[in-house]
Ligand binder design. Structure first.
Ligand code: CU
Length: 162
């Protein structure tokens, strides 16, 4: 009787401990579920603080934009924005990923119409989109346009232009 009681209480405390550990290792469940789990460790990449947060201030997810001309406002917390080419710890510059998925994290971010670089350190940008549905996502790059370790990127949002 006494033995069975002791076993039960040990089992209970073990389970509680495991639950705490699991929730502590996932600080941002909302962003973690937004993208289909790309690798988060990039060997040799410029380090970023684990609490870095990149987000699109405007437009909001689901926004309807008349005419297709808009300003995109880019947010970054716990890191600083710095122009390309300057190796300053805990900084980077914004890249806007348009209508496509995030590029590979172990390479330089491409530069084309779907991967826009803001290498002067801009935090807002004028954009013109054709009528229809579009996706927007931010990805921070280091002095050499490479994602950090761990990579710092926003949730992917959808806007509708009409
Ligand atoms: Cu860049």
């Amino acid at each position: 009787m006494l033995g069975a009681l002791a076993v039960t209480s040990v089992g209970l405390s073990t389970r509680v401990g495991a639950q705490n550990a699991a929730s502590a290792s996932k600080p941002m469940p909302s962003t973690a579920t937004a993208s289909p789990a790309p690798p988060t460790h990039v060997a040799g990449a410029t380090p970023s603080p684990s609490n870095a947060l990149c987000y699109i201030i405007w437009p909001p997810d689901g926004a309807v934009i008349s005419g297709g001309k808009l300003w995109v406002r880019m947010g970054l917390r716990n890191m600083g924005v710095c122009p390309k080419g300057f190796n300053v710890p805990n900084t980077g510059h914004h890249h806007l990923i348009v209508d496509t998925d995030l590029p590979p994290f172990d390479q330089e971010i491409p530069s084309d119409r779907q991967h826009l670089h803001y290498g002067a350190g801009q935090t807002d940008a004028r954009l013109e989109l054709a009528p229809g549905k579009h996706t927007l996502q931010l990805l921070l790059g280091d002095a050499n346009h490479r994602p950090h370790d761990p990579p710092v990127y926003s949730k992917k949002i959808t806007v509708l232009v009409r």
